[in-house]
Design a protein around this ligand. Structure first.
Ligand code: G6P
Length: 625
């Protein structure tokens, strides 16, 4: 959360910083600000609200100067307001700071600084840093930043400017991403994400934790925390910025839901071959690597095949995909799997031994908890794999091997298309390991391959029901609570459906395993409680059991909305509303059942007049704990 950008060069910094901030808005959008230095004078503009408000402000004031910093905020300490928006300045107003992360010892530092006479003008943790730099500043900004950093605990990406050294930006990283862009003719940029700077340069340096960089038009210098110079590799960005547009859709989220036939196909493209009856995942090629514990182990697919146990680490929607992975790996491959919330795993003694392989699943590749849990797993000697959408992201770089989702940029804050891509990758891996271990014979591999290639057109068919789904949403839009129930592969879909409704419609919803209803939630059932059942036909007895659960709800006057298999007439009779999905292999049903629930949440949010793409209080990339 929070996006930062800085520019130093010969051009006017403001339009470059503003353009970059628009690309970073997915990281937070409650307030924004910009600082620039022109003729040795610092100017700062900030406001509550989105980057477009900041742009309007900039249009009125004429900000010039070829050194600038920008920030888009997701509030941690202090409400979203102009006063709490970054950049924050020191007492003299000469030092300006933008920050992504949390300074955990901010309270004690604030007391210390206030005792020394520093006056604070915001409620943020970030402002501490501006005052600390001021405290240590004796004509050397880099040195002052180093000394200030020595006192700070927590996670951060900082960028700092100082009126007395107007030809410099100093930036530092610990736990929050930061990338340096090397432009042409003495032009340098710094940002939370390369997408903010790729329009200006493809030459980048990824800062590592504890590194500090000083940018000047004459060059850059990276140092470690002890101010010792560090040699950094300059990397070339090979990916191109997706055309970020709504393509005629009213919202990014809707566009992304409708992109799924293509993105699911893209997750398989070049990896699954019908003709050759083959599956190849280039990123999972196995290599011998030295691990932290001094052992040598093979990474990639080998680490999955040999694993006695797999631990999947993720947050939010990606965690739900991980849960489906657990069901796939255990049911089909008989490998024990645990799915951990990254935020829990990182602080408990989660057992990772030499026979455990750890998978991180993440759309952004930047989620702070997932990244920290992966680092922790590595220190315990585990092979780590990343299933990530964002190329070059911290998790992609931190893990030993991995698979990219190839879903393209996801802009809507509520994840949709990347979820189905994650599930698709997990299905491919299940198939690949099943084939390699001879658990799945060739005939079955053929059948599953066929089923996977049918998924895009089956999703297409579901998308055509968007108007029917909207009508159902209309009928239920005044209800304040929903229960989502599913079993087996569709239990995680119940969780995901409920999460989508919460995220964008602000309606309370809970997901449960259908059979758990009788252990509590059934007490809530009455005519005011719609229950969404994911009740597709299954090869085992689960379907029959779900029908019994539906009856239990109906006999207590509950309203039933069912996601059912095409041609199932019984469900039509017992439900108040039905959305059907085509039939597929049991373990692939989540790829179909989630789509109507994404559309249901979308229409519900729209009907209620909410900002679907930027729901309140949320951010797309959660880079703080
Ligand atoms: C945030 C987003 C969710 C996402 C979660 C995990 O909460 O709003 O949509 O599922 O982070 O993000 P990741 O990028 O790691 O998948």
């Amino acid at each position: 959360m929070c996006g930062i950008i800085g520019y130093i060069g010969s051009k006017n910094a403001t339009p470059i910083v503003l353009e970059g901030l628009k690309k970073l808005e997915y990281r937070g959008y409650d307030s924004a600000g910009i600082a620039s230095i022109d003729k040795d004078k610092m100017s700062i503009l900030k406001c509550k609200g989105r980057i477009r408000e900041l742009s309007n402000l900039v249009k009125k004031e004429h900000l010039t100067g070829s050194v600038g910093l920008g920030h888009t905020r997701w509030a941690t300490h202090g409400e979203p307001s102009e006063r709490n928006a970054h950049p924050h300045v020191s007492c003299s107003g000469k030092v300006a700071v933008v920050h992504n992360g949390i300074i955990e010892n901010y309270a004690s530092l604030r007391t210390l600084l206030e005792d020394e006479g520093h006056k604070f003008s915001s409620d943020t943790d970030t402002e501490i840093f501006a005052h600390l730099v001021e405290k240590f500043y004796h004509g050397n900004l880099l040195k002052a930043v180093h000394e200030a950093l020595a006192l700070v605990e927590g996670a951060y990406a900082f960028a700092v400017m100082c009126e007395d050294e107007p030809d410099k930006i100093v930036a530092a990283r610990f736990g929050s991403p930061l990338v340096i862009g090397i432009g042409k003719k003495g032009e340098y940029l710094i940002a939370s994400d390369p997408i903010a700077i790729v329009a200006h340069t493809r030459q980048v340096i990824y800062l590592a934790d504890n590194e500090v960089v000083m940018l000047q038009t004459s060059g850059y210098r990276v140092t470690d925390r002890d101010n010792v110079e560090v040699e950094k590799e300059v990397e070339n960005i090979t990916w191109s910025l997706d055309k970020i547009s709504k393509d005629g859709f009213s919202h990014y989220m809707l566009k992304e839901i409708f992109e799924q036939p293509q993105t699911i196909y893209d997750a398989m493209r070049g990896r699954l071959s019908k003709e050759k009856n083959d599956i190849r995942l280039g990123g999972l090629e196995s290599h011998l690597k030295w691990l932290n514990k001094g052992e040598k182990k093979t990474t990639g697919l080998d680490a999955l095949i040999k694993a006695k146990r797999i631990v999947i680490i993720a947050c939010g929607t990606s965690w739900h995909a991980g849960l489906i992975g657990e069901y796939m790996f255990e049911n089909v491959l008989h490998i024990p799997v645990e799915v951990e919330y990254a935020s829990e795993a990182r602080y408990r003694n989660f057992i990772v031994d030499k026979d455990t392989t750890v998978i991180a699943i993440s759309q952004s590749g930047e989620t702070a908890d997932t990244l920290a849990a992966i680092k922790e797993a590595k220190t315990r000697g585990a092979i780590t794999l990343g299933f990530v959408n964002t190329v070059g992201s911290s998790i992609a770089r931190e893990t030993h091997a991995g698979v990219y989702l190839h879903a393209g940029s996801e802009i809507g804050v509520a994840s949709t298309k990347t979820f189905t891509s994650q599930v698709c990758i997990l299905a491919l891996i299940t198939l690949l390991i099943g084939k390699k271990k001879r658990i799945i014979d060739d005939k079955r591999v053929n059948t599953i391959t066929e089923a996977l290639f049918n998924i895009p057109q089956q999703v297409e068919k579901i998308l055509k029901k968007t108007n029917d789904i909207r009508e159902i949403a209309k009928r239920y839009m005044d209800f304040n609570n929903f229960l989502y129930l599913g079993r087996g592969y569709n239990f995680p879909i119940a969780l995901e459906g409920a999460l989508k409704l919460k995220e964008i419609s602000y309606i309370h919803a809970e997901g449960y395993p259908a059979a758990e209803m009788k252990h509590g939630p059934i007490a809530l059932i009455d005519k005011n409680m719609p229950v969404v059942f994911i009740a597709t036909d299954t090869e085992d007895q689960i379907y029959q059991k779900i029908i019994s659960n539906i009856q239990e709800v109906k006999s207590r006057e509950g309203q039933v909305i069912a996601i059912a298999s095409e041609g199932n007439e019984l469900i039509e009779k017992v439900s108040d509303a039905v959305i059907t999905v085509p039939k597929t292999e049991d373990f692939l049903t989540p790829l179909l059942t989630v789509t109507p629930l994404q559309l249901f949440a979308y229409h519900m949010a729209l009907l209620k007049g909410h900002d679907v793409d930027k729901p309140r209080n949320l951010a797309k990339s959660v880079t703080v704990e």
